[in-house]
Design a protein around this ligand. Structure first.
Ligand code: FAD
Length: 395
């Protein structure tokens, strides 16, 4: 086809995962381009909701190796305190228990995306904003796509990182998608606190769902702040979203308890329906899925985007290995190696997060007994604590 640009890898979706993959591959010397449906203004604007993610130590190191200084962007997490609102059980996981400095960083999603976009721009990697791609046809050595302005793109490999509602996934992969509606919504907001968080990520399990207050940057007047993720069954979430700020803070204070003193202000609240999702097939010839386009987990363990970074790191390694032996990295056989590596980890995490949510988000006495036993065992056994921390921090 005449007039089309040719790329080694075309990434559709320049969110945290797509932009990370694009950057990693560009650093390896591949001709990469990214298409992002949001406008440049939307991507560059400050996020009024200040949505955050816990980026674990492994992922932070991976990002740092790409020139993205996570430690300068985020707030370090030194320990996690998890407790059960209905029973006595609680656990504290300290970075020191696993001989690491931090368990990860709480980073604003938008800031991380902006840092990635800036780095891509500095490297001269084309990033087409306000662009959605439509698949045109597949040849033996490439895929051809077209955007809404009629421009054509030819690529050796199409990487789809469009998030959960990916359109290209639906068009290109006749894959079945497992989904489970948790009938919960996560309410997020920045919350100012009377006492400083001291680098502690707090999570309280309530029968209606987990409530987390995560360490966040201080406000403009130096007031301590946390990033809240409050997962609650839908009717309660709707009620909480409808409250005026003072009434909302009262409910929050009651649900969280006195650990951080008075909870004094709330930023703009937003709510997100929660579900589990997993696609049974990540690859086809010259097509690969990664990040939330392939899997979605409950946010209670802060793992969603970390899985996406693991996908990006694995795909990068597989492409690099194929190139070093002069193999065609867009070939289905090569891409199946990626699927074999990533599916088990993603699938286990999807189900483990769902099971944890089920174990904690209910009033069953039997499950409460199990929770107490699990927490007690973890609290008393340094080896078990170290195991959990290592699970939480690896890439
Ligand atoms: C309340 C909540 C809290 C969370 N907390 C954490 C946490 O602490 N730690 C953690 O690891 N994870 C967390 N997650 C999960 C995390 O937000 C997601 O896993 C992560 O955003 C997935 O990144 P992604 O780049 O794969 O997809 P997305 O963030 O969805 O990005 C997809 C990108 O593709 C673009 N796009 C969409 N369609 C198209 C198209 N047709 N063409 C071009 N571009 C397109 C979008 O504009 C977007 O930029 C949380 C999720 C929720 C809901």
């Amino acid at each position: 086809m005449s007039g089309s640009s040719h790329f080694d890898v075309l990434v559709s979706g320049a969110g945290m995962v797509g932009a990370t993959l694009g950057l990693a591959l560009a650093l390896d010397g591949l001709q990469v381009a990214l298409a992002e449906s949001r406008s440049q203004e939307q991507c560059h604007a400050k996020d009024p909701h200040e949505r955050c993610s816990l980026i674990n130590t492994g992922a932070s190191q991976f990002l740092a190796s790409l020139g993205i200084p996570v430690s300068g962007l985020g707030t370090p997490v030194e320990r996690m305190r998890v407790w059960d609102a209905e029973h006595a059980g609680s656990i504290q996981l300290d970075a020191a228990d696993a001989d690491v400095q931090h368990l990860g960083y709480i980073i604003e999603n938008r800031q991380l995306e902006q840092a990635l976009h800036q780095k891509l721009q500095e490297m001269g990697v084309p990033l087409f904003y306000s662009t959605r791609l439509e698949h045109q046809h597949a040849g033996p050595h490439s895929r051809v796509l077209m955007d809404s302005r009629g421009a054509f793109y030819r690529t050796t490999l199409l990487a789809i990182a469009e998030g959960r509602q990916s359109r290209l996934r639906r068009t290109l992969l006749q894959a079945s998608v497992f989904g489970e509606d948790y009938r919960q919504e996560a309410i997020t907001a920045t919350i100012s606190t009377e006492r400083p968080h001291g680098g502690t990520a707090y999570q309280r399990f309530l029968p209606s769902g987990p409530l987390a207050l995560l360490p966040f940057t201080d406000g403009v007047d130096g007031e301590p702040r946390t990033s809240m993720v409050w997962s609650a069954q839908k009717p309660l979430a709707k009620k909480l979203m409808a409250l005026e700020n003072p009434a909302f803070l009262e409910h929050l204070q009651q649900a969280f308890g006195p650990q951080l003193g008075r909870l004094s202000q709330t930023g703009v609240r937003s709510s997100h329906p929660l579900s589990a999702m997993h696609v049974n097939r990540y690859v086809d010839n010259r097509v690969v899925l990664l990040g939330d386009s392939a899997h979605g987990v409950h946010p209670l363990a802060g793992l969603g985007v970390n899985l996406g970074f693991r996908d990006a790191a694995a795909l990068r390694q597989i492409i690099s290995d194929a190139r070093s032996t002069h193999q065609d990295w867009g070939n289905l056989n090569i891409l199946e190696t990626y699927q074999r590596q990533r599916r088990p980890d993603n699938l286990i995490t999807v189900f483990a997060c769902g099971a944890l949510n089920h174990l904690f988000s209910n009033r069953s006495r039997t499950l409460a007994g199990l929770r107490d036993l699990g927490m007690l065992g973890t609290a008393m056994t340094p080896r078990l604590r170290r195991f959990f921390i290592q699970q939480a921090i690896v890439l």
